[in-house]
Design a protein. Sequence first.
Length: 148
Amino acid sequence: MTIEMDEKPKIVFLVEDNKADIRLIEEALKNSSIDYQLVTVRNGVEAMSYLRQEEPYADAMRPDLIILDLNLPKKDGREVLAEIKSDNNLKRIPVIVLTTSRNEDDVQQSYDLNANCFITKSRNLSQLFTIVKRIEEFWLATVTLPSD
């Protein structure tokens, strides 16, 4: 892909505790035509430290897109989503909830907390790849994302 000189890679911030899901998402994005950098943390406390550029993430780059699991250790995804969307410095970053939950309460609560979309992960490898590719195509290639 040709990139204009002033364009920087998109930063995709993945908040996911499941190592297998992380590997699958990385694999699905591996042959992307979009210039991006995937940054991953595995719990909600780390996620907020990264987003607030607290140690050890003082030099962290602001993400263009957050992919957030709901069921996280230390601080769950619902709490992380609420903190992101109530923080004036973070609230414009689109947050995609990508979770195994099919619970209607989780869907409602995520949208009440201003998630940009809610996607249920498929346990079918092919379907999960398709979901991740669609996220990539829509959120990184089609949508105009807010700047810092």
